[in-house]
Ligand binder design. Structure first.
Ligand SMILES: Cc1cc2nc3c(=O)[nH]c(=O)nc-3n(C[C@H](O)[C@H](O)[C@H](O)COP(=O)(O)O)c2cc1C
Length: 319
């Protein structure tokens, strides 16, 4: 039993949007907070766009807190977005210092800002004086190498940051290689705010190995592990699982599909969104490639419905 552990659902641009979070939270237990994929380019200072407001519709999902995330290096933009979030009833804003994509990082945004402690210090000084909701940060060990976060420890420690989530890789690594537990072990004890670990906790076994290495560490953010095994948070917390997991997963996927049809007003682009999610969920089955083969060719709602029926009828779960 690990009921005392806090588990956060990591943000995935293009996947864990409002519709996904809402339906997921109705079907699965164990999540303490959902982080939204990052918001960016908040130029219009009069109001947030209807698209952004729709994404920020719910401040909680089935009693779990939703925490908006911003990707920006502009203190005014962050302050403006924080004020909007506060007005909408959110209690915390998260700052993305982890995005590794070169088109983001090359502009000193996301993990591309990590090699510049002075800039981070100046931005934090501006925003922390002006916002009145909790402010957390999601970062990596660095952009080029994992010494960069070490240089940031005194900066982060000098502000009232509510939590620091560390994805234990560098930006340059993208998602390759292993998460670096040694670097994380060196840095975490030097930070004065609560630290959250993120990276590669994809199964109960991986969690067990992590807890053995980091005894009493109780804050985790999980990403791809939940996308592939939506029961993972409940498993880690030792909560009861449905007896028929396959039937439960099938109902979840049907509900997600109908919610997307509504949210996308039956536009066929929603099939792309579902297929992107399936590229992770396929690993819940014994033969992931077979699952993706069935879905790949679907170009209509009818074909998608038939493929999903066939998957849940004929393919065995691996989880
Ligand atoms: C397709 C994709 C989209 C992502 N979008 C975001 C994002 O919007 N904000 C963010 O902080 N991290 C984002 N991430 C990173 C994940 O939240 C997470 O930190 C990463 O997958 C490592 O955790 P995991 O090993 O548990 O999956 C994204 C990752 C992927 C693969």
């Amino acid at each position: 039993m690990n009921r005392n552990i806090k588990i956060y659902f990591a943000p995935f641009q293009g996947i864990t949007n409002q519709t996904f979070r809402h339906i997921y939270a109705q079907f699965f237990e164990g999540i303490d907070a959902f982080y939204t994929p990052y918001f960016t380019g908040i130029k219009n200072k009069d109001a947030l766009s209807p698209r952004y407001l729709a994404e920020l519709k719910n401040q909680t999902e089935n009693k779990s807190e939703v925490i908006p995330q911003i990707l920006s290096k502009d203190a005014d933009e962050i302050i403006y977005f924080a004020q909007q979030c506060k007005q909408l009833g959110f209690r915390e804003l998260n700052w993305n210092l982890g995005c590794p994509h070169p088109q983001v990082a090359n502009k000193k945004r996301g993990s591309g800002l990590l090699p510049f402690p002075d800039m981070i210090q100046a931005i934090l000084k501006d925003i922390m004086a002006q916002i009145d909701l909790k402010f957390s940060i999601k970062c990596r060990l660095g952009y080029e190498d994992n010494e960069e976060l070490k240089a940031l420890i005194p900066v982060f420690n000098s502000f009232a940051i509510s939590e620091l989530i560390i994805h234990a890789r560098t930006g340059k690594q993208m998602y390759s290689g292993e998460a670096d537990w040694e670097a994380f072990a060196q840095i975490a004890p030097q930070l004065t705010m609560p630290v959250v670990y993120n990276g590669d906790i994809t199964s109960s076994e991986k969690f067990a190995a992590f807890s053995k290495r980091f005894v009493n560490f109780n804050r985790l953010m999980l990403g791809r592990g939940i996308l592939a095994d939506p029961f993972l948070p409940a498993r880690i917390k030792g909560l009861e699982l449905p007896i028929d997991k396959k039937a439960h997963l099938h109902r979840f996927m049907d509900n997600l599909y109908y919610a997307y049809r509504k949210a996308y007003m039956d536009r066929l682009t929603l099939l792309g969104v579902l297929k992107e999610y399936w590229s992770y969920l396929a690993f819940a089955f014994n033969e992931p490639h077979k699952i993706m083969r069935k879905l790949k060719k679907c170009k209509s709602f009818d074909a998608y419905e038939d493929a999903v029926f066939s998957i849940f009828n004929d393919d065995d779960l691996a989880i």
